[in-house]
Design a protein. Structure first.
Length: 375
């Protein structure tokens, strides 16, 4: 028993060590030299699976993920003091208004394992329709055809300027069969005096987009109600942002090579596979400073490396061939030299707050395993 506790401590310590990450903007494949370092492995070995109970392994995985997130955000620890996250303001259909009442529950859809997709905006300069009125800023958000918006939740994030307590915006809508663009006016009111991010339930805006179009664009003009001053700020880290939340299971996407055709784990899978692993920020007590997403699929690799089709390196091919021979199948050194490990990761988009305010990170690298292979 004492020996098992010692092994448990060693496992937790090894899995919670911080790693050195490099920036990526899409799914990134990792080379053999990186995969061979313990710090970058994110897998459950056969020995660990047999030696430790599921709860112990899950705790170790959670600690590893927490360390990776903090390291990626360049934080030594969880922020101890930070400004409150902005309330999610709901739309009042009668007046076509969003009002900052301060009474909206922040995590109204908590624990639903929603998948968050961050859609950045493009500023369209000098194109406001009413050029005789107040100054305005126009932005567009392209909605991917692969994203289902009918059963999704959505939030529009704007960085409000100092003193802009009330302003208006117009949604420009391209409806099939109409020769002219349709414009619909909305009001944002009762905002705080201070500058900062504000967020709205944007479901009413997406509902006005036509499902008949092959591609949709959220087209918005924002202008002040009583002056010529533009009420929102724009810039690299302050452009409007649309966050779409959907109930979607995590599946491996993209092209796979024949030598890395590792499938997602099922109840009866024993060979190398990718196990779905969801991390809820509410469950680990981080939802008071991480605003979006509410959680994410980190995933892990597990299973035996006995099939050469799963080999990701020449070394793995040689080792699997040796293991397949009855004369050396019990050689522990050979079997322990290859593992079902991550072959590719994808980044995580995150909105969080620390002592310096609210921050948006569009690509936190190496946070979700997309492919597993034997190496």
């Amino acid at each position: 028993m004492h020996l098992q506790r010692h092994f448990c401590f060693v496992l937790l310590a090894a899995l919670t060590r911080a790693v050195v990450l490099t920036p990526i903007t899409e799914t990134k494949h990792i080379g053999r030299s990186k995969a061979n370092t313990m710090e970058d492995l994110f897998f459950i070995s056969e020995t660990e699976e047999k030696s430790f109970d599921e709860e112990t392994l899950n705790l170790a995985i959670i600690e590893k993920l927490k360390a990776r997130i903090l390291h990626g955000l360049k934080l030594k620890e969880v922020p101890k003091s930070h400004p409150p996250v902005p309330n999610l303001q709901t739309f009042r259909l009668k007046n076509k208004v969003w009002r900052n009442s301060g009474s909206i529950v922040l995590k109204e859809h908590k624990r639903q394992h929603l998948r968050s997709e961050f859609l950045s905006s493009e500023i369209i300069p000098n194109t406001c329709f009413d050029r005789t009125g107040p100054q305005c800023v126009r932005f567009q958000v392209n909605i991917p055809s692969t994203l289902s918006i009918e059963n999704s939740l959505s939030e529009l994030w704007l960085y409000k300027t100092d003193g802009a307590t009330e302003f208006k915006f117009t949604q420009i809508i391209d409806e099939p069969g109409r020769s002219e663009l349709k414009k619909e006016l909305f009001i944002i009111t009762n905002q705080t005096e201070s500058a900062g991010w504000i967020r709205f339930d944007a479901s009413i805006l997406l509902a006005k987009l036509s499902p008949e179009l092959s591609s949709n664009v959220l087209d918005i003009e924002v202008f002040s109600s009583d002056s010529t001053r533009v009420p929102i700020e724009i810039g690299i880290d302050r452009n409007p942002l649309l966050v779409v939340l959907s109930k979607s299971s995590e599946r491996t996407k993209g092209r796979r090579s024949k030598r890395a055709a590792v499938t997602d784990c099922s109840d009866d899978t024993t060979t190398c596979c990718r196990k779905s692993q969801y991390l809820s920020f509410h469950d680990i007590g981080w939802d008071d400073w991480i605003v979006q997403p509410e959680g994410y699929y980190a995933n892990i690799c597990k299973g035996k490396c006995t099939n050469i089709v799963y080999a990701n390196t020449h070394h793995a091919q040689v080792m699997i061939n040796l293991i397949s021979r009855s004369s050396v199948i019990n050689n522990n050194d050979i079997q322990s030299s290859i593992h079902c490990t991550p072959k590719a990761y994808k980044p995580l988009s995150i909105i969080y707050t620390d002592d310096k305010g609210l921050k948006v990170i569009s690509n936190l690298p190496d946070m979700s395993v997309t492919e597993c292979a034997c190496s």
